[in-house]
Design a protein around this ligand. Structure first.
Ligand SMILES: [Zn+2]
Length: 159
């Protein structure tokens, strides 16, 4: 394959940001989650295989790290500086912790998948042959449906 046709890998920060937003780290268009926390086998748009990611328990570890520091800090600040009623501390913080954890878990998992992609870990060493999608806005959209875009890029086209 000529060098100029080699698909370029998205950089680390951009790949993780795309993953955080639930988008494919390679093309930035396709969605990487089919349902909550369930990574799709491959990107519908560019064909990047996603099934071999190994996020494992890194996302919950990171989420615990983030949420515990935020919630722990704010609880301490409230206790030290304000006269907060006990019912509020006991009622609000467990719910806030649960909400933050559930809300962050999928974005953080997406960012971890983006990290593994950017570093070429596991099966991410090979990229789809279609090449990277242009950054957002540079490439005209092929159509309104994802199926058309996916078919075109896979070279299948309309039968
Ligand atoms: Zn993609």
């Amino acid at each position: 394959m000529p060098l100029h046709e080699m698909p370029a890998r998205t950089g680390l920060i951009r790949a993780m940001a795309r993953g955080f937003l639930g988008r494919c780290p390679h093309c930035g268009e396709g969605r990487i989650f089919g349902r909550f926390l369930k990574v799709r086998p491959e990107c519908d748009v560019c064909g990047l295989e996603l099934h071999h990611h190994r996020a494992d328990d890194l996302p919950p570890y990171i989420v615990i790290f983030i949420v515990a520091h935020v919630v722990g800090y704010v609880i301490l600040e409230l206790e030290m500086g304000y006269d907060v009623p006990l019912w509020f501390q006991l009622g609000f913080w467990p719910l806030a912790t649960l909400g933050l954890a559930l809300g962050l878990l999928q974005p953080v998992k997406g960012a971890v998948v983006g990290l593994q992609y950017a570093l070429g870990m596991h099966g991410f060493a090979t990229l789809p042959s279609g090449g990277p999608a242009a950054p957002r806005g540079e490439e005209p959209r092929l159509g309104s449906t994802d199926e058309r875009a996916a078919d075109t890029r896979h070279g299948l086209g309309p039968a």
